[in-house]
Design a protein around this ligand. Structure first.
Ligand SMILES: [Mg+2]
Length: 140
């Protein structure tokens, strides 16, 4: 069984549907867990079982309670969480946002494609690269 979990941090249900649709088209069949803001993501990852199976975080920026930037910032103090690659997936293409996300250590920054086909293509590429080809340290 594939235990490599993708954590989706996204407050928009439609975008979550698109992400799940994309992942379903992929060949890897990774389980996903969805939370709606950064605080919930930190809470989820504050559990060793959850932490050890999470191999990728797809992070929205604009969210209530705790946005993506604050999540990126807080995870810098959490060595084990810091190892998990974070792909920012957002509709913002403001240069400031892109710079800030990289300053806070995101691994990739992807604009949510408006075209559904391209959205799915983006998700498949992300999954393929970050789950299939990339390696991260194991959580002990
Ligand atoms: Mg949002």
């Amino acid at each position: 069984m594939n235990e490599e979990l993708i954590l989706i941090v996204e407050d928009n249900d439609d975008d979550v549907l698109m992400i799940k649709r994309g992942l379903k088209k992929g060949k890897l069949g990774n389980p996903v867990h969805r939370v709606t803001n950064g605080a919930e993501a930190l809470e989820y990852l504050n559990n060793n079982d959850n932490l050890s199976k999470t191999k990728l975080i797809l992070l929205d920026l604009n969210m209530e309670i705790m946005n993506g930037f604050e999540f990126l910032h807080r995870r810098l103090d959490l060595p084990k969480v810091k190892n998990i690659p974070v792909v920012v997936l957002t509709s913002s293409i403001r240069e400031n946002d892109i710079q800030k996300a990289y300053d806070l250590g995101c691994n990739s920054y992807v604009e949510k494609p408006l075209d559904p086909k391209k959205f799915i293509e983006a998700i498949l590429s992300i999954e393929n690269f970050w789950i299939y080809f990339s390696r991260i340290p194991e959580v002990s």
